[in-house]
Design a protein around this ligand. Structure first.
Ligand code: NAP
Length: 541
């Protein structure tokens, strides 16, 4: 290994990982314990958990079932951990990740409360020079951001925002000690997946809750339930089959098998099918209904209409129900379907007001609240549930520069582009776990992470084993992968939506589809073939 380094005070490591969520933890385990490498991990939080550390807002819960949303790499771990609910709440997932860190003795190699300030590829040494906000310098052969896809806050800008004198919260950076809203007038901006979890919980506590909604959402019930120990044991008894079915599925969870075209069934048959999936809960409706739901507008509208009917049945005031119903033309499922528990019924409460800010836009903030084009709203506390600068936000914050000092921002000026979601041309030995143009968020995340971490560890073993210095995506491979990802996405209705999958939620962000939509199973075959073909599409030196 090349130990040359221009900054003698740097700590020399084989790999530097950023982040200690699911991805960082498993990457550290593989590189340190399987490959025997010297690894440093940098984490900005004071503990492990990543997304599940930061998102401890009221109601935070996973919408993938617990027995799937967990690591599969250790059969012992799978058997030891007992899940108490079908869909685990944030605190249970955090406890699980803390347990993982302890069980595999990971924390001793994680530097907490520390941020990467810059990461620059040094062509003279073929190493990454990384600096942190605590003044440390690292020299690493491999640089592995494991920073999550949804970790950089999107806080919209409003006129006189800073004049508001009350408390302000962002769901993705919730105070560890929690917030007591008892007796408070609370406002929330946003009605996406996060807000749909927060709103029912805050409404139960607050004196009054005002919800500022720009776009209504097609949410479906989560149908969470408590798991008995016997049920947990029963699921674990079949873990091998469960995991095999997941790996061989489109989304990393064996959802119900899709029927053919929605338009081939009668209205009665369709409604019966939708009702069954609605009762099944979670993403069954989204991923498991008909093959053409996400491809054909007429098919899509049948399901959109089914959900509108459900909303109207659940919300007592017809005017409020209409505000909550996404209008015709807003396709279902082209944004990630939020899963809800009592969300729509929350609007039947006397202490909840829904404000349509598409009709009457937010004009300005004041010291006591905000003013829309219609009226002034007063509140004591404001919650932003306004989402994330997905995929690229957290990478850009680290000031990453590749060959020739090229900033990643410049390389991605027209939108993120990668080869396989793992590597960017001009950024040798840098691997993005669940990066742009990989299945990532449209595959069961812990398994998507395992798939990537294992591929990266194998790749590093290959490079080190042959005494090579670098591996780097070829520019043409990047072009081809971007084109393939686009072609697959363009066949669906998804790119038309103003979603974070397209970067469309961030003003000025280039619109590029950021997820590989060919399915995790197909993707896994592709990356395994690339590895088997001696890393075809990469340049090795
Ligand atoms: P999001 O889906 O991007 O929703 C953000 C919300 O804020 C939307 O309602 C959006 O309105 C609104 N908003 C953004 N900018 C605004 C502005 N300038 N003015 C007014 N409203 C504005 O973010 P999210 O709800 O945090 O969810 C992001 C993702 O996190 C989800 O899709 C999901 O993948 C993940 N998540 C998962 C879980 C889970 O596992 N259970 C839970 C929560 C989140 P528009 O729609 O009009 O843009």
């Amino acid at each position: 290994m090349n130990q040359q380094n221009k900054t003698p005070s740097s700590q020399q490591v084989d790999a530097l990982i950023v982040g200690a969520g699911f991805a960082g933890l498993y990457m550290l385990h593989l590189l340190r314990d399987k490959l025997g490498l010297k690894v440093a991990t940098i984490e900005s939080a004071s503990g492990v958990g990543g997304t599940w550390y930061w998102n401890n807002y009221p109601g935070a819960r996973c919408d993938i079932a617990s027995h799937h949303y967990s690591f599969s790499f250790s059969k012992e771990l799978q058997q030891e951990w007992v899940w108490s609910e079908k869909y685990a709440a944030q605190d249970e997932i955090l406890r699980y990740l803390e347990y993982v860190a302890k069980r595999f003795d990971l924390s001793k190699d994680i530097q907490f409360n520390c941020r990467v300030k810059s990461a620059a590829f040094d062509e003279s040494s073929d190493r990454w020079l990384v600096t942190t906000d605590r003044g440390e310098r690292y020299s690493a052969k491999y640089f592995i951001p494991a920073v999550g896809t949804l970790s950089s806050a999107n806080i919209p800008v409003f006129k006189d925002q800073e004049s508001f004198q009350g408390d302000t919260y962002f769901t993705g950076n919730w105070p560890n000690e929690g917030v007591d809203f008892k007796g408070k007038r609370v406002a929330i901006i946003g009605t996406g997946a996060t807000a749909i979890q927060v709103i029912p919980e805050v409404a139960k506590q607050a004196a009054h809750l005002t919800v500022f909604q720009r776009t209504p959402n097609y949410a479906a019930p989560l149908q969470n339930e408590v798991l008995t120990e016997a049920e947990d044991q029963q699921l674990k008894a079949n873990y091998d089959q469960l995991r095999e079915a997941s790996w061989n599925s489109f989304a990393g969870v064996p959802f119900p098998k899709l029927k053919g075209s929605a338009l081939d069934d009668t209205q009665e048959q369709r409604l019966a099918h939708y009702e069954e999936l609605w009762q099944d809960g979670g993403f069954s409706l989204w991923i498991g209904s008909y093959q053409d739901i996400l491809y054909d507008k007429a098919a899509n509208e049948t399901l959109a209409d089914f959900i509108r009917t459900k909303i109207r049945q659940r919300v007592h005031d017809p005017k409020i129900a209409e505000m909550l119903c996404p209008p015709k033309g807003q396709t279902y499922g082209t944004k990630r379907q939020p899963c809800e528990t009592g969300y729509f019924e929350t609007y039947n409460r006397d202490n909840v007001t829904l404000v349509d800010i598409k009709r009457s836009a937010i004009k300005e903030f004041t010291s006591t609240g905000l003013r829309t084009s219609d009226q002034h709203y007063e509140f004591d506390s404001l919650i932003y549930a306004t989402g994330y600068d997905a995929f690229t936000g957290s990478l850009f914050k680290m000031d990453i520069t590749g060959r020739g000092g090229l900033p990643l921002q410049s390389h991605w000026a027209k939108g993120a582009r990668t080869y396989l979601g793992l590597s960017a041309a001009g950024f040798p030995n840098m691997f993005t776990i669940t990066g742009p143009q990989s299945p990532s968020v449209l595959f069961n995340m812990p398994l998507a992470i395992e798939m990537h971490c294992e591929w990266i560890a194998d790749c590093i073993a290959y490079i080190n084993g042959r005494g090579l210095a670098t591996i780097e995506a070829q520019a043409t491979s990047e072009d081809d992968w971007l084109a393939e990802t686009k072609q697959i996405a363009d066949a669906t209705l998804l790119p038309e939506a103003s979603s974070w999958y397209m970067g469309a939620n961030i003003p000025g962000k280039p619109r590029v589809f950021l997820v590989y939509l060919g399915g995790g199973q197909q993707y896994k075959e592709i990356i395994e073939k690339v590895a088997a073909d001696d890393y075809s599409g990469f340049r090795l030196s």
